[in-house]
Design a binder for this molecule. Sequence first.
Ligand code: SF4
Length: 208
Amino acid sequence: MTGTDEDDVRPTSLAAIDRAIHQCRRCPIGLLDNTAVMGEGLKRSILMVVGEQPGDQEDRAGKPFVGPSGQLLDRYLAEAGIDREATYVTNAVKHFKFVQRGKRRLHQSPTSGEIDACRWWLDSELAVVRPKVVLALGGSAARGVLGKSVTISRTRGHPIPLDGGGEAWVTAHPSYLLRLRDAKKREQERLFRADLAAVAERLAELSA
Ligand code: SF4
C-alpha cells in the first residue's frame, strides 16, 4: 500500500497533520470503517505521551485517551504530579485497527509494518511540538518513537536520546495494567508508578 503524493510533503502544522491523516491510506488500517484520531495538546509541550492506537471509544469520540486506559493514565499522571493539560498526547498509529464481532469492534494490535508506515505522522508531530521528553506507552509506541522493537523490561527507567532532539522514556501501556490481576498487577503498577515518577523528576530538571 502506498501513500498519496501529498503524503510525501511533510506537514508543518498540527492542523495540516490532522487533515492529512484523515486522507492517509499508507497502510490497510485506514481502509477500515474508522476515523483518524489526531494527537491533542499544546503546540509546544515539554512532554509528549505516545500510546499505541485509538481504541473503540477514541475512534467514536475522535479524541485520544478518552477510554478506560486514558482514564487510568490520567490518574497516574496526576499522582506523579504531571499536568495532563500541559502534555501533548498522541498515538503511534492514528487509525483504530479492529475486527468486527457482532456489534463489537475488537482491538487488533498493529503490525510492525503498520507502525512504521504511521511513523511519518508521529515524526511530523514531533517536529512541530518539539517535546524535550517523549514517554512511549507499550511496545507499539516504543517502536513508533524509536523506530525499532525493544523489550520494555530492559528499556524502561532511563532516557534514550532521540535523533531529532529530546529523549524517549519507555514504560508499559495502561491497558496492560487493566488486564492483570493480583500480585502481577501490583508489581506492574509499582513499576509504572516508578517510571512516571522518574519522568516527572526529569521534567523538573529540564524545566529548572
Ligand atoms: S494508521 Fe497511520 S499509516 Fe495507516 S492509514 Fe492511518 S494514518 Fe495512515
